[in-house]
Write a protein that binds this ligand. Structure first.
Ligand code: PGA
Length: 321
């Protein structure tokens, strides 16, 4: 019998997801390639690993036993990789960073600066929403995640590093754009473009309105901040986004932050890692870098002026410094 690591890797992913399609996507393979690996693996060991009932697949008894073993082999392989990274030190290591779609607005500048200090570090950078990030942490596929507050019931270490103000945005010609102290009652007559289910921004907004016992009208759901912003500019509705996502639009005066009661909602950005994960030297350096330097990559003055409680209409002349 000659079981290969590649067969184990593919089998482990299919078994974890109980889906050939998802396993293929995550391993960047085609579905026939995944099916072929599983077939060869079954031929090698002489036992079926999956059974199909209707549209679902299930692990057979042999499949379950081998899944347990392949999980522990892949954890040991990850440990071996981490050890190698550790031995390479911060100068030549690899760093896997995943960030919430909302964080990438400043995270790329942050990474660029970090690479200036450590030019030989190889970075694998992924952007996804909150749900995807939690999955990556669970699967141990990333070293460091930058996101909103993670749930307390998962085995994670989380450390807040910066405020994340959520604001209500409108185009400059919107009737509410020049109004000060808008009440929550007033915005109930408006419609909103909302981020998708699974987005941290969306969770916070829903929680806030539920606590207030209010319902807001949602005209559309969009799964990126860029789409929400464009929708707002096109007049499809108001949007609720992190202020960190609208720096360019504020600079160009293409968008305004509305002066609404209880807003901004202040959330925090967190550095999140899997509890018990041994971080490589480069990952630890990156963690320190975020703690100390992240705030340098957000435009504090612009944000401060956009969040002013006394509302400044977009047409008002900018005060000279
Ligand atoms: P998201 O990010 O809305 O892009 O998911 C924010 C978060 O992680 O809370």
């Amino acid at each position: 019998m000659n079981i290969t690591l590649r067969q184990l890797r593919v089998f482990e992913r299919v078994a974890r997801r109980l889906s050939f399609t998802r396993a293929a996507e995550e391993l960047y393979l085609t579905q026939p390639a995944v099916s072929m690996q599983i077939k060869q693996f079954e031929d090698t060991i002489g036992l079926p690993l999956f059974e199909r009932l209707g549209r679902k697949i299930y692990l057979t008894r042999a499949g379950e036993e081998l899944y347990r073993v392949s999980r522990s082999i892949s954890l040991q392989l990850q440990e071996a990789e981490q050890l190698v990274e550790e031995l390479k030190g911060a100068e030549g290591g690899r760093l896997a960073v995943s960030v919430a779609s909302t964080v990438h607005y400043f995270a790329i500048s942050l990474l660029a600066d970090f690479r200036k200090r450590y030019p030989r570090v190889k970075v694998n950078f992924k952007i996804t929403n909150r749900k995807g990030l939690l999955q990556q942490l669970e699967d141990n596929e990333t070293d460091i995640v930058l996101m909103g507050q993670p749930p307390a019931d998962q085995d994670l270490n989380a450390e807040a590093f910066m405020d994340n103000p959520l604001v209500i945005i409108a185009p400059p010609d919107h009737p509410l754009a020049t109004q000060g102290r808008i009440s929550l009652g007033d915005i109930q007559n408006e419609t909103f473009i909302m981020r998708e289910q699974g987005s941290g921004t969306r969770n916070s907004v829903e929680r806030f309105f539920a606590e207030k016992g209010l319902k807001i009208g949602i005209s559309m759901e969009m799964n990126t901040n860029a789409a929400v912003k464009q929708g707002v500019e096109e007049g499809l509705g108001l949007g609720i986004v992190s202020i960190h996502t609208i720096i360019r639009e504020l600079q160009d005066q293409r968008m305004v932050v509305l002066d609404v009661e209880d807003f901004p909602l202040i959330r925090q950005w967190y550095i999140v890692t899997r509890a018990g994960k041994r971080l490589s030297a480069v990952a630890r350096e990156f963690q320190d870098f975020i703690r100390q330097d992240a705030h340098r990559f957000v435009q504090t003055d612009l944000i401060r002026s956009a969040l002013k409680r006394e509302f400044i209409p977009p047409s008002a002349p900018t005060p000279s410094p």
